[in-house]
Design a binder for this molecule. Structure first.
Ligand code: ADP
Ligand code: MN
Ligand code: MN
Ligand code: MN
Length: 385
């Protein structure tokens, strides 16, 4: 069977207009998470200022929450609170992207806003300076075959079995490189700490790594990097699938491995603290799994480089375990470990908060966050974005 996919720029977002002067005004693109959790939304606003110097230069704003599954029509306004701003890699100049979190009129967070609870955990654990490195996997599709046929899949069938696609080079096995490349550059331009990328085991699947970054910055940067990927994919006429098991069977799913370290694990002999953390994670295995994304049971099958969702395990260099201790950490007797359980569709604010609470804090600082996330997951209807 022949692979017919050709990916090319479809000219969405004609960036030649970026060269025009803006009369001392800038465009701020407000970015937020919609009511289904992975439906990132954004809208633009002109600010009458030539350059933004600090967050306080950016006004709060609002949107129609009844169109994002977050409010009813008769009281529809959801408040946007700016949290971080980045230079805009699409509009260039002094234009910015503004990552916001979202609030209901009564002052409570919306169903998908877990940032403020994450921030509380990070402040409580600040003495341990937690560092995170998240590995975001995703699968690309041409728009006209989404969500049925990933890039690299021939029409009406399957490609050659997994084997050639991981870190692949060449037209027969690497699909969608333009998108990865453009996304990589966009992340660097914005100042996001992207530490690398690679193509993955499943055809049309890629990964980017954010890290190491501290505290709340992890969640902020992963969300903004996801937004950038959606924008870049759109430009090339493609769509991103964040589901954790896009194709059932002997095909790898998508994860978001969470690499983690603290002052105590990074210092001499820190591996003892890692073993101590691992025992705490064992005790709270299901509590963490609850917060590690949707449909994760389909992915954590015990095959395809995953552990079984019902069993907690760890090992040095073991890619079939829940927790992997990298060889370098074992050799040095200090460093970081990798929690392989989080799914590609997980919320990095939730995952980083749970991981930090269970290991560094008392394990009771995320109960509300945990329960809110679980009820959010059970309330959302399946959708394709
Ligand atoms: P893998 O071998 O699992 O594919 P990757 O190279 O894709 O690993 O990702 C490893 C991630 O771990 C990177 O994001 C990197 O920045 C991060 N990392 C490295 N050192 C640390 C550390 N000490 N603490 C937390 N994260 C770290
Ligand atoms: Mn990786
Ligand atoms: Mn990977
Ligand atoms: Mn990994």
């Amino acid at each position: 069977m022949k692979v017919t996919d050709k990916v090319s720029s479809v000219g969405r977002g004609d960036y030649q207009f970026n060269k025009l002067p803006q009369n001392n005004k800038i465009i701020a693109e407000y970015v937020w998470i919609g009511g289904r959790g992975l439906d990132i939304r954004s809208k633009s606003r002109t600010l009458d200022i030539p350059k933004i110097k600090s967050l306080s230069d950016i006004p709060e704003w609002n949107y129609d929450g009844s169109s994002t599954f977050q409010a009813s029509g008769h009281d529809s306004e959801i408040l946007l609170k700016p949290r971080v701003f980045y230079p805009d890699p699409f509009r260039l100049g002094n234009n910015i992207l503004v990552l916001c979190d979202t609030w209901k009129p009564d002052g409570t967070p919306t169903n998908t806003n877990f940032r403020s609870e994450c921030l509380k955990v990070m402040n409580k654990a600040a003495h341990e300076e937690p560092w995170f490195g998240f590995e975001q996997e995703y699968v690309l599709y041409r728009n006209d075959t989404y969500p049925h046929r990933p890039l690299g899949f021939p029409e009406g069938g399957y490609p050659a079995p997994q084997g050639p696609y991981y870190c692949s080079v060449g037209g027969g096995c690497a699909f969608g490189r333009q998108i990865m490349e453009a996304h990589y550059r966009c992340c660097l331009y914005t100042g996001i700490s992207i530490s690398g990328t690679n193509s993955e085991v499943f055809p049309g699947q890629w990964e980017f790594q954010i890290g190491p970054v501290t505290g709340i910055h992890l969640g902020d940067q992963v969300w903004m990097a996801r937004y950038l990927l959606l924008r870049v994919a759109e430009h090339y006429g493609t769509s991103v699938n964040w589901e954790c098991k896009p194709v059932i069977g002997e095909w790898n799913g998508s994860g978001c491995h969470a690499n983690f370290s603290t002052n105590s694990t990074r210092r001499e002999g820190g591996i003892q603290t890692i073993y101590n953390y691992i025992e705490k994670l064992r005790e709270k295995h299901m509590y963490c799994i609850d917060g590690y994304g949707k449909d994760n049971a389909k992915r954590l099958s015990g095959t395809c480089e995953t552990s079984n969702i019902n069993t907690f395990s760890f090992g040095v260099a073991d890619r079939g375990a829940s927790i992997r201790i990298p060889r370098v950490t074992a050799n040095d007797g200090k460093g970081y470990f990798e929690d392989r359980r989080p799914a590609s569709n997980s919320d990095p604010y939730v995952v980083s908060a749970l991981l930090t609470d269970v290991t560094v804090l008392d394990g009771n600082s995320t109960e509300e966050l945990h329960d809110r996330y679980v009820s959010f997951l059970t309330s959302i209807r399946p959708i394709i974005i």
